[in-house]
Ligand binder design. Structure first.
Ligand SMILES: [Zn+2]
Length: 281
């Protein structure tokens, strides 16, 4: 059975889906601990310097306290720990454009994907308290009620308005969160254009940034990249060294990222690592 056939089969079987998700999470846990311990040992024993010390990063979070989102969710207490640890290690927080404009600076930008309610509830108060800017990449169709779980975990337009009022920059994360790696160019164009138009109509201002759903190398195509370059000014990946051409790197932060793993991520331990992910079903 090839990968495509396996994915289709798994999609039909609830028990297989559960096993698949457990396997993905288990492998991610093992890989992140392994790479982080390796990075920590090598830097502590001064065999090598941290690979990218002093190089700015854009961090990619999802929800902050939505347990059912699994490895994509970061617990609120861990999120606060991340901010504190970064500050203790000499990082300062700024916007993505300033990280990109001056990559040699030890600067971090915070971004969130998917428009989770828990970001408004649990992350924004902490970010505001410390004066840390952030960006939220919104799935326009989910803000319209099109998420599988309705509005149980994602913000509607009023909630997104509250995010914006709290100083969070809003940008696009597509219309329906598809895997662009499996879309035709016409489908990709519709997702990219519809999302931008809907966001601009509802927010009342221009939206010029886009983050690729799932965000890894297999979730994008050169054709989608060509269309996105015409529709948006900046396209963000969710990978660093392995990201598609003409995208901006982001460092994926996960539920597994206790302080040792988070620090390793800031030092570049996962720059050539990607989540073991076959795409949505
Ligand atoms: Zn997403």
């Amino acid at each position: 059975m090839d990968t495509q056939a396996l994915r289709s089969k798994v999609g039909e079987l609830p028990a297989a889906q559960l096993a698949y998700r457990c396997a993905v999470a288990g492998r991610m846990r093992a890989e992140r601990w392994g790479l982080a311990l390796d990075e920590s040992l090598r830097t502590r024993t001064r065999l090598v310097k941290p690979r990218t010390a002093g190089v700015g990063r854009i961090l990619a979070y999802h929800s902050i306290g939505t347990d059912s989102w699994g490895v994509n969710d970061v617990r609120p207490a861990d999120f606060e720990r991340h901010l504190q640890l970064a500050a203790d290690d000499g990082w300062t927080f700024t916007t993505p454009d300033r990280v990109l404009a001056d990559p040699a600076q030890r600067q971090l930008a915070i971004t969130f994907d998917d428009g989770a309610t828990s970001v408004l509830d649990n992350a924004v108060p902490v970010l505001r308290h410390h004066g840390v800017p952030s960006t939220m990449f919104v799935v326009s169709g989910w803000a319209d009620g099109g998420h599988g779980a309705g509005y149980e975990h994602v913000l509607d337009w009023a909630g997104l308005g509250r995010l914006e009022a709290a100083g969070v920059t809003l940008a696009s994360h597509s219309a329906s969160h598809p895997d662009f790696g499996r879309l035709t160019p016409a489908e990709a164009e519709r997702e990219l254009v519809d999302s931008r138009e809907r966001l601009e109509a509802m927010l009342g201002h221009a939206v010029d940034e886009f983050a690729i759903p799932f965000g890894q190398s297999a979730n994008w195509t050169p054709e989608a990249g060509e269309i996105a370059a015409k529709v948006y000014g900046t396209v963000y990946a969710q990978a660093v060294d392995t990201r598609p051409a003409n995208t901006v790197p982001r460092t994926f932060i996960t539920r597994i990222d206790r302080p040792l793993i988070f620090r390793a991520a800031l030092n570049g331990a996962f720059d050539d690592w990607e989540e073991w992910f076959l795409g949505p079903r």
